[in-house]
Write a protein that binds this ligand. Sequence first.
Ligand SMILES: Cc1cc2nc3c(=O)[nH]c(=O)nc-3n(C[C@H](O)[C@H](O)[C@H](O)COP(=O)(O)OP(=O)(O)OC[C@H]3O[C@@H](n4cnc5c(N)ncnc54)[C@H](O)[C@@H]3O)c2cc1C
Length: 474
Amino acid sequence: MSTQAPHLTATQERSLRDIFPGDSLLLTPEQTLVFATDAGRRMGTPLAVVRPTTEAQVVELLRLAQTERLPVYARGRASNQVGACVPDRPGIVVSLLHMNRILDIADDDFVAEVEPGVVTSDLQRAVEARGLFYPPDPASIEISTIGGNVATCAGGMRALKYGVTREYVLGLTAVLPGGKVLRTGGRCHKNVVGLDLTRLFVGSEGTLGIVTRITLKLLPLPQATATLLAGFDSMEAAMHGVRRIFRAGILPVALEFLSPEVLDCVARRQTPPWPDSVRGALLIRLDGSRESLPLEVRRMHDALHTAGDAADGTPGNEPPVWSAHGVGHDEEEPLWAMRRGISPSSYLVRPNKIGEDIAVPRGRLLDALTGIRAIAQAHDLPILTYGHVGDGNIHVNIMYDGADPSETTRADAATVEVMRLVRSMDGTLSGEHGVGMAKKEFLHLQLSPLETELMRQVKHAFDPLGIMNPDKAY
Ligand SMILES: Cc1cc2nc3c(=O)[nH]c(=O)nc-3n(C[C@H](O)[C@H](O)[C@H](O)COP(=O)(O)OP(=O)(O)OC[C@H]3O[C@@H](n4cnc5c(N)ncnc54)[C@H](O)[C@@H]3O)c2cc1C
């Protein structure tokens, strides 16, 4: 049996050098190590890393890869947390970060054309400078790319009102294994001709081809925003608050929940503004015109303080016990900084985390949170729940000490129970992070054999030899 590490043949290496001159080809382990992993922290084996600057190079690469049957892994900023771009079978990693031009911002069409390596926040700033708005705002906005957002169908806080990345991709160009170039969609905001291949690529986790150009829909930039942080005396009261907001006919831009465990966790890192009586909170953003926004803020206040109707099963009036608000970026920012502080603070609870991002039908939110709390107690582990409750999407961080075998085993068992709980409520294993490698073992809980088989057949139509990000996602 050969003990030699996987490597490229001399011919394969020469061919890659022809396509990728100079430092656009990385071959030594020192150069490629960082491309072996992503934010999910699994490790793979890059045989080489290539950094194209043109679509023509991607075409040449995918011709070569098909002929040589080399696995190919597209990669943006590797901020996904599920191992979605890890080269777990030795292969070629394609970093799209040098294809990072904003090609066009068309004010009249309300469209932007970009290369995949554009960092999400760079695009947002560029369009906002022209009074336009690209709403998808994953919390990784400063460290993720539009190409990665498209391939994962990234969500974010504003998804409640404005939807996820899927809603904004009007068309794209993708290079398929073998080197064919596929152009889908266009600049029209509506298009119902044929099967929607654009949307098929959105969320496909790099398994169908490499996206080299993206056409995005833009909106007019809202004039004004306001944020309210409402503290309740229990998790249940906070969830009843969510129900009252929707029943009042209000659709906030963002509606985030912080569980009591998360509030305690944030308080470990900074002195919180809320009193001890706060045991659950909602962080709410509204937007609108300068004239309409104060009215919306007033309506939100009234909704949170209005008694429910016990006759139709609506829980009673449990108004916030504390609140703070801000109008405009400078006043709102400290409130959102608190939200962003959750992830770093969580590591003060335990050094390791299994981070899930399940979603349940909105009406089952309280059941899901209560069930997860019971799982935490049963396994004697801290589980932090927070996130986009407006969408029914909850981040579930199962905290444990990886140096403690008992905690590690319990964390794994708790993960399985959370997944089963979610499925028992007709929920989904992932609201926004995707499947990658991390959730493949749970797929059978959600996808029927027929769905899985059809997905495999679709992949086969694009990638008959199975070289694009093999063994991931579905
Ligand atoms: C702190 C933090 C906060 C986060 N918050 C959110 C959040 O709020 N919402 C959310 O949805 N996600 C969030 N994420 C997850 C992650 O940021 C998103 O999944 C993001 O879209 C990944 O972008 P990326 O450029 O890093 O892609 P990568 O991680 O590099 O790749 C992700 C997937 O896209 C594929 N891919 C990348 N580029 C291309 C391309 N050009 N063509 C084809 N396939 C490609 C890869 O093969 C891989 O399967 C967060 C992550 C972190 C670390």
